[in-house]
Design a protein around this ligand. Structure first.
Ligand SMILES: Nc1nc2c(ncn2[C@@H]2O[C@H](COP(=O)(O)OP(=O)(O)O)[C@@H](O)[C@H]2O)c(=O)[nH]1
Ligand SMILES: [Mg+2]
Length: 412
């Protein structure tokens, strides 16, 4: 699949994105495998975000501006980000028809957003989708985001330049300022600068500029029309001129890093079989205040680290895997398995632990004794008895003796 994507096969890219956006655990695994093979592209695509209220003309502007820049020889990917499932229902089909000309161009890839809401935010997957677009050779990515709630601040960390698209509005109706959007926008485009709205757009531009000056900002505010294409070249120039300082660039990378981390950790975590099986009971205990949510988290967090140490995936971190590591020939993995079994005892592992402890140095043998003690299984008594009497190392004898006393007490 990756080879096809690298070759610029848009269908393969589409399929890969569907995989990435899927929430099924097996798809997540496949998606992670795919993503881990993607090399960082030599040339990162330029990412431009278009945010603003529904109906402002974002899709139409993308269609017009997209064609404008294709003439300059770019390869363009258009992604729609839609964090809320309700808001998108009406607009999706509309967007496809609004981008008809772009959609027909062989140098363009258009991907409407998934409609379902998603734990952790669609935005996290968008960062992954962008990796693939870069690999597929797109040097320009337009992201359309519906301007609701959290989405602007999320999108602002994902893009290099954020264009706020707003319709002309009367002077006292500076919605965007009220909502704090100006702080995030790099460029403000007042759209629909045509026909009857032309004057209103210009008035709107003035009042926005005044407001921005008062705020001490020099964000460019321009009038454009996606319908008549007026102002597009100026808008494009402003976009091309907008550059981040190295510090800002660094901050952007850091924010993107955390977005990816959030997604990756969350999905790894959710796949852990022990967590899946024990979480309902623990959450019940948490609601009756027997245990805090913090304690629940602390209990499962180590599974992420151990999966790495054991060289397995969180979803296959189960007793069978642990036994196979004990029986394997990698001493570090075997040791990690033993530690994990000490913390998460499972009687199924008893024989494997005893076999493993044989001929091991004293410290490892003591750890095995501890693991066996945690199991609380009477079947371990003969083994412990032999160790407690005959083992040459006194510490081993002592540990075995203690475990023996403990198990005998348990058995009563
Ligand atoms: N007059 C005028 N109408 C526009 C312009 N751009 C978009 N529209 C119209 O505004 C409506 C919403 O456009 P759309 O691109 O779907 O907005 P979005 O929700 O922000 O993506 C549509 O009916 C468009 O035809 C423009 O530059 N001038
Ligand atoms: Mg739209």
């Amino acid at each position: 699949m990756l080879n096809e994507i690298l070759r610029g096969n848009r269908q393969a890219l589409s399929k890969a994105i569907t995989l990435i956006e899927s929430s099924s655990p097996s798809d997540r695994t496949k998606a992670h495998e795919l993503l881990s093979k993607v090399e960082p592209s030599k040339k990162q695509p330029i990412r431009i975000g278009f945010s603003g209220p529904p109906g402002a003309g974002k899709s139409t502007l993308i269609e017009s501006l997209g064609q404008h820049i294709l003439e300059k020889g770019h390869k363009l990917a258009v992604l729609a980000i839609d964090p809320s499932s309700q808001a998108s229902k009406g607009s999706l089909l509309g967007d496809k028809t609004r981008m008809q000309k772009l959609a027909q161009n062989s140098r363009v890839f258009i991907r409407p957003s998934p409609t379902r809401g998603h734990l952790g935010g669609v935005t996290a997957h968008t960062e992954e989708v962008l990796m693939l677009c870069a690999a597929a050779g797109f040097d320009m990515v337009f992201l359309e985001s519906v301007g609701v709630g959290q989405s602007e601040s999320d999108i602002s960390s994902m893009v290099d330049t954020l264009v706020l698209v707003i319709p002309p509005a009367a002077g006292d109706d500076l919605q965007a300022i009220k909502r704090g959007l100006f702080e995030l926008a790099d460029i403000i485009a007042i759209n629909k600068h045509d026909g009857e709205l032309k004057l209103l757009a210009e008035k709107s531009q003035k009042s926005h500029l005044t407001a921005l000056t008062i705020m001490g900002r020099n964000t460019p505010v321009m009038c454009v029309s996606a319908l008549t294409n007026s102002g597009l070249e100026e808008l494009w120039r402003a976009i091309s001129m907008h550059k981040h300082s190295p510090t800002q660039q660094h901050e952007l990378m850091e924010q993107r890093f955390w977005l990816l981390t959030k997604e990756r950790l969350l999905s790894d975590f959710q796949k852990n079989p022990e967590l899946k099986s024990k979480l309902p009971k623990l959450l019940k205990q948490a609601s009756s205040r027997k245990i805090s949510l913090w304690q629940v988290i602390s209990r499962f967090f180590p599974c992420l680290i151990f999966a790495t140490l054991l060289g397995c995936k969180t979803e296959t971190l189960d007793t069978n895997t642990l036994i196979s590591r004990l029986e394997g020939d990698n001493p570090r993995k075997a040791h990690a398995a033993l530690i994990y079994l000490t913390r998460h005892p499972d009687p199924k592992a008893l024989d494997a632990i005893i076999a493993y402890a044989d001929k091991k140095p004293a410290s490892e043998r003591i750890q095995a004794i501890l693991a066996v003690r945690q199991l609380g299984d009477k079947r371990a008594i003969p083994w412990l008895f032999v160790l407690s009497n005959g083992h040459p190392d006194l510490d081993v004898q002592k540990a075995a003796q203690e475990a023996l006393t403990y198990l005998k007490k348990q058995a009563k």
